[in-house]
Design a protein around this ligand. Structure first.
Ligand code: AMP
Length: 609
């Protein structure tokens, strides 16, 4: 059995992967192979059968996709790799991963096949040819019975999440499919656990398999308060923002998996007003040292880092470690949370876990012999409460530290000249100070809004007084009369849904989902109506945002007709174009803009200085 800890491989270059795949890994921002990748890739490249004991979150998809792509014959358009997955979601996810890693392999085709998807479409794609087929057992059996899928050219089979397939009653189907594969094919079986029926399948079909298992060493961890939040994908940014608003922090270290994510997240937090830096493997030693120095001397409060770059980091003021992306294994987790709670101080570690990654959470708990408790996401009301407390404290601090006689005089003058009370003057000043950071939760706020346009300028003035139009009514009018149509380079063929698009735009551009008007999804592109006046910054950012792995590449639809009044349209319609039947979906909800969140820790320092 291979022990991951014994593996000397620490960089992708140590693996016999071709330059084109190494280039792709650079582009996607992977810094180093995860333990399961370091252990599996050499065996799979050598053509061995393999049993990998690994759960979601360990990087197992790349552990099999990279070596199997390396072994593909791109001139042969018959399926050479078959991946069996328990669910359609996983089939799509694995297909997307293959597509992503094969971005520089000319003519590469991967095809997901699963129940519920149109047979006609699948047949058409199968006829066109695919190097890799990723499917759920039932639908793969269907195609084998109909002889619409041939396994004659198959070189490798992957059983992904075998224990899930067992749990869902597919294990006999898997057996049936394996019996119909060529005898000389390679099999890689991945499973989080190894119950007896899985061992039996392995015994029956695998030849002299290499076994790879993550050795989870138990270890005591420092006095760190450990919590988790079940949140995934694009919602993590919002979750992080809320945490930064309510947690009483000195400095935070945020862990992500890729260099790209480290840079992007740091930029996004900077844009929200946090003093933030990043640490990743592409930075020179001098730059990294500068960031660490800045963290030490309070010039930055948040550092977004990859595991490799944060190794050995020792900064006492790190009060919080946020595991934005889940670590590959318990060892990495223990190392991460060890960056807080230094020198006997109390530390807090928060872990973002997607529902599919809950297993990894349990592995970590077992290794640390400590419970990680679920945290209650702070509500808008709680966030507003924290803001109010900080606001009050700031007033007290100012009264204690500042010479204010001139300002007392000014207030006295206003009182006398205008015949208004000091309380009214204070209320107006408090409003001016906090209008971009409301002290009332939006649900209960009675603040009047201006037209919700999306330029930064108007967004920051969202709470300025205006004519007293009820918010809902006013906002609907905004989308109807001020909407503009945009084109996105993602469509049905990429698997885009209105939810994906709303999620991406809402989370990535900070545009409230209720501003997002009609969405039409076509075969290879979509259109969406957004309020006019989007800032150049948001527009540029939206070009890079991905839905289903496709950059949106947003552009304005030249000469588009005025967006139709969304409210008067049916919820979903079907229209034809260029002979293709295109589904058209609509989402039309509007309200006032999301308010700017401002950081707790930045302000804290401002108050101190
Ligand atoms: P998986 O366990 O295969 O579901 O992968 C979990 C996540 O880890 C995916 O989002 C991958 O893109 C990411 N990932 C896989 N390998 C690496 C790596 N070597 N470096 C950074 N991220 C990775």
């Amino acid at each position: 059995m291979s022990s991951l800890n014994a593996s000397p491989i620490t960089q992708f270059e140590d693996l016999a992967l071709s330059p084109v795949l190494l280039q792709t890994l650079k582009e996607v921002g992977y810094e180093a192979p995860s333990p399961i990748q370091a252990a599996c890739i050499p065996h799979l490249l050598a053509g061995h059968d393999l049993i990998g004991q690994a759960q979601t979150g360990t990087g197992k998809t790349a552990a099999f996709a990279l070596p199997l792509l390396e072994r593909l014959d791109l001139t042969n358009h018959h399926p050479q790799v078959l991946v069996l997955t328990p669910t359609r979601e996983l089939a799509i996810q694995v297909s997307e991963a293959f597509q992503n890693y094969a971005r520089h392999l000319p003519g590469f085709h991967v095809l997901p096949i699963y129940g519920g998807q149109s047979m006609t479409v699948q047949l058409r794609h199968l006829r066109r040819g695919a190097h890799v087929v990723v499917g759920t057992p039932g639908r793969v059996m269907d195609h084998l019975r109909r002889e619409t899928l041939s396994l004659d050219n198959l070189r490798s089979v992957v059983l992904d999440e075998a224990d899930e397939m067992l749990r869902m009653g597919f294990i006999d189907d898997v057996d049936w499919i394996l019996e119909r594969t060529p005898p000389e094919r390679q099999i890689a079986l991945f499973s989080a656990t190894m119950p007896e029926p899985i061992r039996r399948v392995a015994h029956r079909h695998l030849r002299d398999p290499q076994e790879v298992k993550i050795q989870t060493r138990t270890a005591t961890v420092a006095t760190v308060d450990q919590r988790y939040w079940q949140v995934s994908g694009l919602h993590k940014l919002d979750a992080l923002n809320r945490i930064l608003e309510v947690e009483d922090m000195d400095a935070a270290l945020v862990f992500v998996r890729t260099k790209t994510a480290a840079t992007e997240l740091a930029e996004r937090l900077e844009a929200r007003g946090y003093s933030c830096g990043s640490l990743h493997g592409d930075m020179t030693q001098a730059l990294r040292e500068r960031t660490v120095e800045q963290l030490k001397n309070n010039a930055v409060d948040i550092v977004v880092a990859t595991d490799v770059a944060a190794r050995g980091l020792d900064v006492q003021r790190i009060s919080h470690v946020i595991n934005y992306d889940i670590p590959y294994d318990a060892e990495a987790y223990i190392h991460r949370i060890g960056r807080t709670g230094r020198a006997g101080r109390a530390g807090v570690a928060i872990l973002f876990v997607a529902p599919r990654e809950m297993r990894m959470l349990r592995v970590i708990e077992k290794a640390t012999r400590q419970a990680i408790t679920p945290m209650q996401p702070p509500s808008q009301a709680v966030i507003a409460g924290h803001r109010l407390n900080r606001f009050k404290q700031k007033i007290l601090d100012t009264l204690a530290a500042q010479e204010l006689s001139f300002f007392r005089e000014v207030v006295g003058q206003i009182e006398q000249e205008q015949d208004i009370s000091a309380q009214d003057i204070a209320a107006a000043l408090a409003y001016l100070m906090q209008r971009e950071r409301p002290l009332q939760a939006p649900e209960v706020s009675n603040v009047k809004t201006t037209a919700p346009r999306l330029s930064e300028e108007t967004r920051s003035h969202a709470d300025a007084p205006s004519r007293p139009t009820p918010r809902r009514e006013r906002s609907k009018e905004a989308v109807d009369s001020e909407a503009m149509r945009y084109r996105l380079e993602v469509g049905h063929q990429h698997g885009a849904t209105p939810q994906n698009i709303v999620g991406a735009i809402a989370n990535e551009a900070g545009i409230d989902s209720r501003y997002i008007g009609r969405i039409e999804i076509h075969d290879d592109y979509s259109t969406v109506d957004l309020p006019a006046g989007m800032s150049a910054e948001i527009f540029e950012h939206l070009k890079k945002v991905r839905v289903r792995q496709q950059p949106l590449n947003i552009s304005r639809v030249a000469g588009a007709p005025e967006p139709e009044r969304a409210r008067r349209r049916p919820a979903a319609t079907t229209s034809g174009s260029a002979g293709t039947r295109e589904r058209v979906s609509r989402v039309a909800k509007v309200t006032s803009p999301e308010r700017e969140h401002r950081p707790i820790i930045r302000r804290k320092r401002e108050t101190e200085s």
